[in-house]
Write a protein that binds this ligand. Structure first.
Ligand SMILES: [Fe+2]
Ligand SMILES: [Fe+2]
Length: 339
């Protein structure tokens, strides 16, 4: 029994490949927007389509009916390595630095808050260097994941390259140690699943922030560039999701892994309330640019969508952020009772 029917709105698709990352037999990404090749036929294919709905950054993947599941954990237990599939989708989705519309740069559309914001975003992009070092150590025995990290690191390294080239066009000078200082990142937590979930969330927030900037900016080169970067971040979220899901379904104690996932979600939701959080500070800088573009001043992280994605990841009934804390208490009690 499978759910149906799924479709892609070509006018909303940003060609991130998140859908094909999870369901390569259902969604294809060649030229132009993603396309539905066929409808899902099995429970695990339906699940992958529903994951695509929740991970699509622009709401382009849609379902005709609400998702229903038998709740069976582990339908996708078996299967080959993820790296070859993810690397192939990434190649179909990937854009070229040389193909960005550099000649369309319009200095008349660039304000000083916009330059400051782009500089801040370029700075934080460099943190993937130290994060890669940590991934290689913490996941050293996971050949599949560490192979994929090479794709992630390559694509992430292009983001500040493109943004810094835009900054140079805008006349912004960068300090000599700009790249080196940006390479600092926070240490990983003990739980590997927790680390993967942290990355799902930050990639989803990043995709949303870049898409917001793409819509808000009237500078043509930046509009295109940030849309392309948003597509990469969204595909990274979908890829981290696949590795996290595999860890949960193959774990000796899946309840423990679900608890770690919930903890990360709970911590992030609460941190978002804090105005002193670096992400909130960065997003606050968007306000003048968003207002200029006629958008609401405040950047809202896609909290609801992230909750729905983590619900799918953990098979827990998280319909909104308000559900997370009670579920965390329940799940903690469940894990302790088992122990
Ligand atoms: Fe990035
Ligand atoms: Fe990313």
């Amino acid at each position: 029994m499978s759910n149906g029917k799924y479709e892609v709105d070509p006018s909303a698709c940003i060609r991130c490949g998140s859908c094909a990352t999870g369901a390569p037999a259902i969604f294809s990404l060649r030229a132009g927007p993603a396309k539905v090749v066929r409808q899902p036929e099995t429970e695990s294919e339906s699940r992958a389509c529903e994951e695509a709905v929740r991970l699509c950054p622009s709401g382009a993947v849609r379902a005709a009916e609400p998702w229903q599941t038998s709740g069976a954990l582990g339908a996708e237990k078996a299967g080959p390595g993820l790296y070859p599939v993810l690397a192939e989708v990434a190649e179909s989705a990937r854009w070229k630095l040389s193909e960005l519309p550099w000649s369309r740069y319009d200095p008349g559309c660039v304000s000083s808050p916009l330059r400051a914001l782009v500089k801040e975003m370029a700075f934080h992009e460099h943190a993937t260097y130290s994060a890669t070092q940590r991934f290689m150590q913490a996941f050293a025995d996971d050949t599949d994941f560490t192979q994929w990290v090479s794709v992630w690191f390559y694509e992430e390294t292009r983001h500040p390259t493109a943004l810094m080239r835009w900054l140079a066009l805008s006349g912004e000078t960068l300090e000599a140690d700009f790249v080196a200082r940006g390479r600092v990142s926070t240490p990983f937590m003990k739980s590997r699943t927790g680390t993967l979930v942290t990355n799902i969330i930050s990639e989803m927030v990043g995709a949303d922030a870049y898409l917001g900037l793409s819509v808000a900016s009237s500078e043509p080169l930046l509009t295109t560039m940030t849309r392309q970067i948003a597509a990469d971040e969204a595909r990274h979220a979908a890829s981290f999701y696949r590795f996290a899901r595999r860890r949960i379904v193959t774990a000796e104690n899946p309840e423990r892994e679900r608890l770690d996932s919930l903890k990360v979600l709970h911590f992030w939701l609460n941190e978002q309330q804090s105005v002193s959080h670096p992400v909130s500070q960065t997003m606050a800088r968007l306000a003048p640019i968003r207002l200029e573009a006629g958008l609401p001043a405040e950047f809202q992280a896609p909290r609801e969508r992230i909750c729905r994605a983590i619900a799918m990841l953990t098979d827990l009934p998280i319909a909104s952020p308000a559900d997370v804390f009670p579920l965390l208490a329940e799940q903690t009690a469940r894990v302790h009772a088992e122990a």
